[in-house]
Design a binder for this molecule. Structure first.
Ligand code: SAH
Ligand code: SF4
Length: 366
Protein backbone atom coordinates (compact mmCIF):
# COMPACT_ATOMS: atom_id res chain seq x y z
CA UNK A 1 0.00 0.00 0.00
CA UNK A 2 2.80 2.31 0.95
CA UNK A 3 4.51 1.53 -2.39
CA UNK A 4 1.33 2.31 -4.26
CA UNK A 5 1.07 5.68 -2.53
CA UNK A 6 4.64 6.39 -3.42
CA UNK A 7 4.05 5.57 -7.08
CA UNK A 8 0.97 7.76 -7.15
CA UNK A 9 2.89 10.56 -5.55
CA UNK A 10 5.68 10.29 -8.09
CA UNK A 11 3.10 10.32 -10.85
CA UNK A 12 1.32 13.31 -9.35
CA UNK A 13 4.57 15.25 -9.26
CA UNK A 14 4.86 14.53 -12.95
CA UNK A 15 8.47 13.51 -12.47
CA UNK A 16 10.04 10.14 -12.25
CA UNK A 17 13.59 10.38 -11.08
CA UNK A 18 14.82 6.84 -11.42
CA UNK A 19 17.47 7.27 -8.74
CA UNK A 20 14.80 8.22 -6.23
CA UNK A 21 13.36 4.71 -6.29
CA UNK A 22 14.27 2.08 -3.78
CA UNK A 23 14.74 -1.31 -5.46
CA UNK A 24 11.40 -2.47 -4.02
CA UNK A 25 9.63 0.57 -5.49
CA UNK A 26 11.21 -0.11 -8.85
CA UNK A 27 9.93 -3.66 -8.77
CA UNK A 28 6.43 -2.40 -8.09
CA UNK A 29 6.65 0.14 -10.86
CA UNK A 30 7.93 -2.39 -13.39
CA UNK A 31 5.34 -4.95 -12.43
CA UNK A 32 2.52 -2.42 -12.73
CA UNK A 33 3.69 -1.71 -16.29
CA UNK A 34 4.01 -5.38 -17.27
CA UNK A 35 7.80 -5.67 -17.13
CA UNK A 36 9.47 -8.54 -15.22
CA UNK A 37 10.48 -7.58 -11.69
CA UNK A 38 14.03 -8.97 -11.99
CA UNK A 39 14.80 -6.04 -14.27
CA UNK A 40 14.79 -3.87 -11.14
CA UNK A 41 18.05 -5.44 -10.04
CA UNK A 42 19.69 -4.75 -13.39
CA UNK A 43 18.51 -1.14 -13.32
CA UNK A 44 19.81 -0.70 -9.78
CA UNK A 45 23.18 -2.08 -10.85
CA UNK A 46 23.43 0.45 -13.69
CA UNK A 47 22.31 3.30 -11.47
CA UNK A 48 24.59 2.70 -8.50
CA UNK A 49 27.19 -0.05 -8.88
CA UNK A 50 28.11 0.92 -12.46
CA UNK A 51 27.15 4.56 -12.02
CA UNK A 52 25.90 4.93 -15.58
CA UNK A 53 23.28 7.62 -16.18
CA UNK A 54 22.92 7.11 -19.92
CA UNK A 55 20.05 4.68 -20.44
CA UNK A 56 21.23 3.90 -23.99
CA UNK A 57 24.22 2.17 -22.46
CA UNK A 58 22.09 -0.21 -20.39
CA UNK A 59 22.46 -2.77 -23.11
CA UNK A 60 21.37 -5.80 -21.12
CA UNK A 61 17.86 -4.35 -20.94
CA UNK A 62 15.44 -4.87 -23.83
CA UNK A 63 14.90 -1.92 -26.13
CA UNK A 64 11.21 -1.49 -25.26
CA UNK A 65 12.05 -1.17 -21.55
CA UNK A 66 14.80 1.36 -22.26
CA UNK A 67 12.45 3.34 -24.47
CA UNK A 68 9.78 3.30 -21.77
CA UNK A 69 12.26 4.46 -19.13
CA UNK A 70 13.46 7.31 -21.32
CA UNK A 71 9.94 8.41 -22.07
CA UNK A 72 8.72 8.38 -18.50
CA UNK A 73 11.67 9.27 -16.35
CA UNK A 74 14.80 11.23 -15.76
CA UNK A 75 17.74 9.42 -14.23
CA UNK A 76 19.77 11.87 -12.16
CA UNK A 77 18.56 13.94 -9.21
CA UNK A 78 21.73 16.06 -9.21
CA UNK A 79 23.34 18.05 -11.98
CA UNK A 80 27.07 18.66 -11.84
CA UNK A 81 27.50 22.40 -12.28
CA UNK A 82 31.15 22.95 -11.49
CA UNK A 83 34.33 21.08 -10.79
CA UNK A 84 37.38 22.88 -9.47
CA UNK A 85 40.77 21.28 -9.08
CA UNK A 86 43.02 22.62 -6.36
CA UNK A 87 46.80 22.81 -6.66
CA UNK A 88 47.03 20.12 -3.99
CA UNK A 89 44.86 17.55 -5.86
CA UNK A 90 41.70 18.29 -3.88
CA UNK A 91 38.71 18.65 -6.20
CA UNK A 92 35.55 20.51 -5.31
CA UNK A 93 32.29 19.59 -7.06
CA UNK A 94 29.21 21.75 -7.12
CA UNK A 95 25.81 20.25 -7.86
CA UNK A 96 22.36 21.72 -8.44
CA UNK A 97 19.32 19.68 -7.47
CA UNK A 98 17.68 18.50 -10.71
CA UNK A 99 14.23 19.68 -9.68
CA UNK A 100 15.35 22.82 -7.83
CA UNK A 101 18.11 24.38 -9.86
CA UNK A 102 18.62 27.26 -7.41
CA UNK A 103 19.57 24.89 -4.59
CA UNK A 104 23.21 23.90 -4.73
CA UNK A 105 25.40 21.59 -2.71
CA UNK A 106 29.08 20.76 -2.70
CA UNK A 107 31.33 17.73 -2.27
CA UNK A 108 35.10 17.65 -1.98
CA UNK A 109 37.35 14.79 -3.10
CA UNK A 110 40.54 14.52 -1.08
CA UNK A 111 43.00 11.92 -2.43
CA UNK A 112 45.60 10.78 0.11
CA UNK A 113 49.14 11.79 -0.74
CA UNK A 114 50.22 8.16 -1.26
CA UNK A 115 47.32 7.68 -3.71
CA UNK A 116 45.87 4.78 -1.75
CA UNK A 117 42.74 6.45 -0.40
CA UNK A 118 40.19 8.75 -1.97
CA UNK A 119 38.05 10.41 0.65
CA UNK A 120 34.86 12.12 -0.37
CA UNK A 121 33.50 14.83 1.89
CA UNK A 122 29.73 14.79 1.24
CA UNK A 123 26.91 17.20 2.03
CA UNK A 124 23.86 16.03 3.96
CA UNK A 125 21.90 19.27 3.67
CA UNK A 126 21.95 22.39 1.50
CA UNK A 127 22.98 25.03 4.01
CA UNK A 128 22.62 24.35 7.74
CA UNK A 129 20.26 25.52 10.45
CA UNK A 130 22.78 25.48 13.31
CA UNK A 131 24.54 28.74 12.45
CA UNK A 132 27.98 28.26 14.03
CA UNK A 133 29.70 31.63 13.89
CA UNK A 134 32.94 30.30 12.33
CA UNK A 135 31.26 28.36 9.51
CA UNK A 136 30.38 29.72 6.07
CA UNK A 137 27.68 27.06 5.58
CA UNK A 138 26.04 28.24 8.80
CA UNK A 139 25.58 31.72 7.37
CA UNK A 140 23.21 30.31 4.73
CA UNK A 141 20.61 28.89 7.08
CA UNK A 142 18.89 25.66 6.08
CA UNK A 143 17.93 25.61 2.41
CA UNK A 144 16.98 21.96 2.07
CA UNK A 145 17.29 18.55 3.62
CA UNK A 146 18.81 16.21 1.06
CA UNK A 147 17.17 12.88 0.29
CA UNK A 148 19.24 9.69 0.58
CA UNK A 149 19.66 9.58 -3.19
CA UNK A 150 21.06 13.14 -3.35
CA UNK A 151 23.70 12.06 -0.84
CA UNK A 152 24.50 8.80 -2.64
CA UNK A 153 24.56 10.40 -6.05
CA UNK A 154 27.46 12.64 -5.03
CA UNK A 155 29.62 9.48 -5.06
CA UNK A 156 28.40 8.45 -8.50
CA UNK A 157 29.24 11.72 -10.22
CA UNK A 158 32.59 12.15 -8.52
CA UNK A 159 33.70 8.63 -9.45
CA UNK A 160 32.52 9.15 -13.00
CA UNK A 161 34.20 12.56 -13.38
CA UNK A 162 37.55 11.50 -11.92
CA UNK A 163 37.77 7.79 -12.66
CA UNK A 164 38.82 7.36 -9.03
CA UNK A 165 37.19 4.86 -6.70
CA UNK A 166 36.01 6.40 -3.46
CA UNK A 167 37.42 4.48 -0.51
CA UNK A 168 36.25 6.68 2.39
CA UNK A 169 33.36 9.01 3.03
CA UNK A 170 33.14 11.79 5.62
CA UNK A 171 29.96 13.72 6.35
CA UNK A 172 31.82 16.98 6.73
CA UNK A 173 30.42 18.90 3.78
CA UNK A 174 27.41 21.16 4.06
CA UNK A 175 24.84 20.43 6.72
CA UNK A 176 24.33 18.78 10.08
CA UNK A 177 23.85 15.04 9.46
CA UNK A 178 21.93 14.50 12.71
CA UNK A 179 19.25 16.89 11.53
CA UNK A 180 18.64 14.71 8.47
CA UNK A 181 19.48 11.38 10.04
CA UNK A 182 16.94 9.14 8.34
CA UNK A 183 18.29 10.02 4.90
CA UNK A 184 21.88 9.87 6.14
CA UNK A 185 21.38 6.35 7.53
CA UNK A 186 19.71 5.13 4.33
CA UNK A 187 22.52 6.67 2.24
CA UNK A 188 25.19 5.00 4.42
CA UNK A 189 23.52 1.58 4.13
CA UNK A 190 23.47 1.96 0.36
CA UNK A 191 27.10 3.15 0.25
CA UNK A 192 27.93 -0.13 1.96
CA UNK A 193 25.75 -2.19 -0.34
CA UNK A 194 26.41 -0.58 -3.72
CA UNK A 195 29.86 0.95 -3.32
CA UNK A 196 31.35 -1.76 -1.17
CA UNK A 197 32.37 0.78 1.44
CA UNK A 198 33.11 -0.63 4.87
CA UNK A 199 31.20 1.09 7.67
CA UNK A 200 34.47 1.85 9.40
CA UNK A 201 35.48 3.85 6.33
CA UNK A 202 32.54 6.19 6.82
CA UNK A 203 32.62 9.04 9.35
CA UNK A 204 29.68 11.09 10.51
CA UNK A 205 30.62 14.47 11.93
CA UNK A 206 28.15 16.17 14.23
CA UNK A 207 27.89 19.37 16.18
CA UNK A 208 26.55 17.21 19.05
CA UNK A 209 22.90 16.16 19.02
CA UNK A 210 22.47 13.41 21.65
CA UNK A 211 19.29 11.87 20.21
CA UNK A 212 20.94 11.49 16.82
CA UNK A 213 24.16 10.11 18.29
CA UNK A 214 22.18 7.43 20.14
CA UNK A 215 20.11 6.53 17.10
CA UNK A 216 23.22 6.22 14.94
CA UNK A 217 24.86 4.03 17.61
CA UNK A 218 21.81 1.75 17.58
CA UNK A 219 21.50 1.54 13.82
CA UNK A 220 25.07 1.72 12.54
CA UNK A 221 27.51 1.24 15.43
CA UNK A 222 30.49 0.53 13.17
CA UNK A 223 30.34 3.93 11.52
CA UNK A 224 32.91 6.35 12.90
CA UNK A 225 31.75 9.34 14.83
CA UNK A 226 33.39 12.75 15.06
CA UNK A 227 32.16 15.37 17.49
CA UNK A 228 32.73 18.98 16.54
CA UNK A 229 33.73 20.08 20.00
CA UNK A 230 35.66 23.33 19.47
CA UNK A 231 35.57 24.08 23.18
CA UNK A 232 35.26 21.83 26.20
CA UNK A 233 34.16 24.84 28.23
CA UNK A 234 30.38 25.17 28.20
CA UNK A 235 30.05 28.97 28.16
CA UNK A 236 32.63 29.32 25.40
CA UNK A 237 30.98 26.67 23.27
CA UNK A 238 27.70 28.56 23.61
CA UNK A 239 29.34 31.66 22.16
CA UNK A 240 30.22 30.00 18.85
CA UNK A 241 27.54 27.27 18.52
CA UNK A 242 24.02 28.61 19.18
CA UNK A 243 22.68 25.08 19.73
CA UNK A 244 25.02 24.63 22.69
CA UNK A 245 22.74 26.95 24.66
CA UNK A 246 20.09 24.23 24.52
CA UNK A 247 22.31 21.14 24.72
CA UNK A 248 24.96 20.87 27.41
CA UNK A 249 28.32 19.17 27.15
CA UNK A 250 27.20 16.70 29.83
CA UNK A 251 24.28 15.57 27.71
CA UNK A 252 26.61 15.14 24.74
CA UNK A 253 29.14 13.21 26.83
CA UNK A 254 26.43 10.76 27.93
CA UNK A 255 25.49 10.10 24.32
CA UNK A 256 29.15 9.73 23.32
CA UNK A 257 29.71 7.17 26.06
CA UNK A 258 26.80 5.17 24.68
CA UNK A 259 28.30 5.37 21.20
CA UNK A 260 31.73 4.40 22.39
CA UNK A 261 30.36 1.33 24.20
CA UNK A 262 28.79 0.09 20.98
CA UNK A 263 31.51 1.20 18.58
CA UNK A 264 34.47 0.01 20.62
CA UNK A 265 37.08 2.34 19.15
CA UNK A 266 38.19 5.86 19.89
CA UNK A 267 35.93 8.59 18.59
CA UNK A 268 37.27 11.89 17.22
CA UNK A 269 36.98 15.36 18.69
CA UNK A 270 37.26 18.02 16.05
CA UNK A 271 38.62 21.28 17.30
CA UNK A 272 38.60 24.31 15.02
CA UNK A 273 41.41 26.45 16.35
CA UNK A 274 40.27 30.05 16.75
CA UNK A 275 43.23 32.14 17.86
CA UNK A 276 42.62 34.18 20.97
CA UNK A 277 39.36 32.35 21.64
CA UNK A 278 39.97 28.66 22.31
CA UNK A 279 43.76 28.23 22.35
CA UNK A 280 44.75 29.01 25.94
CA UNK A 281 46.18 26.69 28.59
CA UNK A 282 42.78 26.60 30.25
CA UNK A 283 41.22 25.47 26.94
CA UNK A 284 43.80 22.71 26.58
CA UNK A 285 43.21 21.52 30.15
CA UNK A 286 39.45 21.34 29.59
CA UNK A 287 40.08 19.23 26.49
CA UNK A 288 42.29 16.86 28.47
CA UNK A 289 39.39 16.31 30.87
CA UNK A 290 37.13 15.47 27.92
CA UNK A 291 39.63 12.82 26.87
CA UNK A 292 39.24 11.17 30.27
CA UNK A 293 35.46 11.16 29.90
CA UNK A 294 35.25 9.50 26.47
CA UNK A 295 38.27 8.09 24.61
CA UNK A 296 38.78 10.15 21.45
CA UNK A 297 41.54 11.31 19.17
CA UNK A 298 41.77 15.05 18.73
CA UNK A 299 41.88 16.60 15.31
CA UNK A 300 42.90 20.23 15.41
CA UNK A 301 41.54 22.09 12.38
CA UNK A 302 43.13 25.50 11.83
CA UNK A 303 40.29 27.94 11.21
CA UNK A 304 39.73 28.56 7.48
CA UNK A 305 38.77 32.17 7.09
CA UNK A 306 36.09 33.47 4.74
CA UNK A 307 35.00 37.04 4.00
CA UNK A 308 33.40 38.70 7.03
CA UNK A 309 34.40 35.82 9.30
CA UNK A 310 34.66 36.91 12.93
CA UNK A 311 38.01 35.12 13.41
CA UNK A 312 41.37 35.04 11.68
CA UNK A 313 43.41 31.99 10.70
CA UNK A 314 45.88 30.85 13.35
CA UNK A 315 49.58 31.09 12.51
CA UNK A 316 51.66 27.92 12.33
CA UNK A 317 53.25 28.92 15.59
CA UNK A 318 49.88 29.24 17.32
CA UNK A 319 48.78 25.86 15.98
CA UNK A 320 51.86 24.00 17.17
CA UNK A 321 51.89 25.79 20.48
CA UNK A 322 48.39 24.55 21.23
CA UNK A 323 49.06 21.05 19.85
CA UNK A 324 52.20 20.81 22.01
CA UNK A 325 50.32 21.91 25.15
CA UNK A 326 47.75 19.20 24.53
CA UNK A 327 50.11 16.43 23.57
CA UNK A 328 51.89 16.63 26.87
CA UNK A 329 48.77 15.71 28.84
CA UNK A 330 46.17 14.31 26.46
CA UNK A 331 45.81 10.52 26.74
CA UNK A 332 45.07 9.83 23.01
CA UNK A 333 46.60 10.92 19.70
CA UNK A 334 46.46 14.58 18.71
CA UNK A 335 46.71 15.47 15.03
CA UNK A 336 46.62 18.72 13.12
CA UNK A 337 44.61 18.71 9.92
CA UNK A 338 46.48 20.88 7.50
CA UNK A 339 44.02 22.70 5.31
CA UNK A 340 43.78 21.43 1.76
CA UNK A 341 41.85 22.88 -1.12
CA UNK A 342 41.92 26.39 0.31
CA UNK A 343 42.61 27.93 -3.09
CA UNK A 344 39.30 26.54 -4.38
CA UNK A 345 37.33 27.34 -1.22
CA UNK A 346 37.04 23.59 -0.73
CA UNK A 347 38.39 23.41 2.79
CA UNK A 348 36.23 22.64 5.81
CA UNK A 349 33.76 25.35 6.58
CA UNK A 350 34.28 27.17 3.32
CA UNK A 351 31.61 25.30 1.44
CA UNK A 352 29.19 28.13 1.10
CA UNK A 353 31.28 30.79 -0.48
CA UNK A 354 30.04 30.14 -3.94
CA UNK A 355 26.44 30.26 -2.75
CA UNK A 356 26.94 33.42 -0.81
CA UNK A 357 28.52 35.07 -3.78
CA UNK A 358 25.60 34.00 -5.96
CA UNK A 359 23.03 35.20 -3.45
CA UNK A 360 24.78 38.56 -3.17
CA UNK A 361 25.01 38.89 -6.93
CA UNK A 362 21.31 38.11 -7.37
CA UNK A 363 20.45 40.70 -4.72
CA UNK A 364 22.56 43.29 -6.51
CA UNK A 365 20.79 42.53 -9.77
CA UNK A 366 17.40 43.34 -8.31
N1 SAH B 1 27.66 19.93 10.76
C1 SAH B 1 28.66 18.96 11.00
C2 SAH B 1 29.42 18.53 9.77
C3 SAH B 1 29.77 19.59 8.76
S1 SAH B 1 30.99 20.74 9.28
C4 SAH B 1 29.62 19.44 12.09
O1 SAH B 1 29.57 20.60 12.46
O2 SAH B 1 30.40 18.62 12.55
C5 SAH B 1 32.47 19.78 9.17
C6 SAH B 1 33.62 20.31 10.02
O3 SAH B 1 34.10 21.54 9.50
C7 SAH B 1 33.20 20.58 11.45
O4 SAH B 1 34.12 20.06 12.36
C8 SAH B 1 33.21 22.08 11.48
O5 SAH B 1 33.33 22.57 12.75
C9 SAH B 1 34.34 22.43 10.58
N2 SAH B 1 34.35 23.82 10.16
C10 SAH B 1 33.30 24.61 9.94
N3 SAH B 1 33.69 25.85 9.58
C11 SAH B 1 35.04 25.83 9.56
C12 SAH B 1 36.03 26.81 9.24
N4 SAH B 1 35.70 28.02 8.83
N5 SAH B 1 37.32 26.44 9.35
C13 SAH B 1 37.66 25.20 9.72
N6 SAH B 1 36.78 24.23 10.01
C14 SAH B 1 35.47 24.54 9.94
FE1 SF4 C 1 26.27 23.52 10.56
FE2 SF4 C 1 28.48 22.09 11.09
FE3 SF4 C 1 28.63 24.54 9.96
FE4 SF4 C 1 27.90 24.33 12.52
S1 SF4 C 1 29.90 23.73 11.64
S2 SF4 C 1 26.91 25.61 10.96
S3 SF4 C 1 26.72 22.45 12.46
S4 SF4 C 1 27.73 22.73 9.06
Amino acid sequence: MQEQNRLNQVKAEGKNFLRSFEEEDLKQLLESRGFPVYRAQQITAWLWQKGESNVDKWTDLPKDLRAWIKEHSEVDTLRLTDNLQSQDDTVKFTFALADEANVEIESVLIPSRDGKRNTLCVSSQAGCAIGCTFCATGTLGLLKNLKWYHILEQLVHVQKATGKRITNVVFMGMGEPMQNLKNVITAIRKMHKYFNLGYRHITVSTVGIPKGIIKLADELPKVRLALSLHSAIQYKREQIIPLAQAISLEQIVDALKYYYEKHGRWLTYEYVLLPGFNDSKEDANALVEMGYKVPAKINIIPFNPFPEAPFRAPTKREIYRFAAMLERKYPYPVTVRMPRGRDIAGACGQLALLHKRKILESLQER
